[in-house]
Design a protein around this ligand. Structure first.
Ligand code: ADP
Ligand code: MG
Length: 280
């Protein structure tokens, strides 16, 4: 496969603070978070529940505005939702239940006027085929399993050919075997369709397997604790000493109480490698 070195990050997150204000109090969700997502990355936001992963993804999606800092896509500040940033959520109810599977996948293409009806249908069927659901085009969402619903949501997002695919713990509510299958399918799709992925998880193993890079966030409010490369790991490495070592290292980053109490948890560790486009 041809390899191109991109000249600039696709998504740039710069010193982002996210805050929620209710009438009673302010909740700081993230503090001073910066990272770059390059074209073709499978970039993971990893951290404990409540550290602001979903908030960061929503900010990248344009659904909320950081209190300070800046998020740019192709150098342009994100100011609202857009069809070049498609989201897949954890919940199985993200498909309107009154539309068939095919209509669900066609809908954003038609709503954004990216395609006419025939074009939308063709592209939707292509992506349903990609996720193994060509035979379920006329099914209603409630007749599908959780994993199948997530496949439809993925097909719907990828059919839009977004600049970046945003996924918020998309497999967290699935049983372990289905989760593993879905992770493998997502990686196969990534190899075939060459998209850029920003993926949220609280699972160290999922981060190592799905990601090419991992941003490790500290607990509430989320700050960057480390950025690591992990493109070398797959499901086949689960038992290997190297994989276990990487998982343990991340565990220590996430739970610094396990480290000597000398302030190590204040340090940030960044491991950068030159990004390449769709290296495989
Ligand atoms: P994560 O996805 O990592 O679990 P979130 O981004 O959902 O974390 O939440 C980060 C923090 O912001 C948490 O303390 C959460 O309670 C708070 N929070 C999230 N959404 C809201 C909201 N709509 N209003 C007030 N606080 C919120
Ligand atoms: Mg979340």
């Amino acid at each position: 496969m041809e390899q191109t070195t991109p000249v600039a990050p696709l998504l740039q997150v710069r010193t982002v603070d996210i805050e929620y204000r209710t009438h009673q109090r302010r909740v700081r969700a993230t503090h001073d978070v910066s990272f770059d997502v390059w074209p073709g990355d499978r970039f993971i936001l990893l951290g404990p529940s409540g550290c602001g992963k979903s908030s960061l993804l929503k900010a990248a999606g344009g659904f909320l505005t950081p209190r300070s800092g800046d998020i740019t896509l192709d150098g342009v500040t994100i100011r609202g939702p857009g069809p070049e940033r498609m989201m897949v959520f954890q919940e199985f109810d993200q498909l309107p239940p009154w539309k068939t599977v095919l209509e669900n996948v066609m809908f954003p293409l038609l709503a954004s006027r990216k395609a006419d009806k025939a074009g939308a249908r063709e592209r939707a069927l292509h992506f349903l085929n990609k996720v193994g659901l060509a035979g379920f085009a006329d099914a209603m969402p409630h007749t599908l399993s959780g994993g199948m619903k997530q496949r439809v949501a993925i097909a719907r997002a990828l059919a839009m050919k977004p600049r970046i695919l945003l996924m918020d713990e998309p497999f967290a509510a699935l049983d372990a075997l289905t989760r593993r299958t879905m992770q493998e399918e997502l990686l196969t799709l990534w190899h075939e369709e060459h998209f850029t992925l920003l993926f949220v998880t609280h699972s160290i193993e999922e981060a190592l397997v799905v990601g090419s890079r991992i941003l490790v966030l500290s607990p509430h409010p989320g700050r960057v604790r480390a950025e690591l490369n992990c493109h070398q790991y797959s499901h086949n490495d689960f038992g290997s000493a190297e994989f276990q070592h990487a998982a343990r290292h991340i565990h220590h980053l996430l739970f610094p109480a396990a480290l000597p109490a000398d302030g190590h948890h204040q340090t940030q560790e960044r491991v950068y490698v030159p990004a390449t486009l769709h290296s495989s």
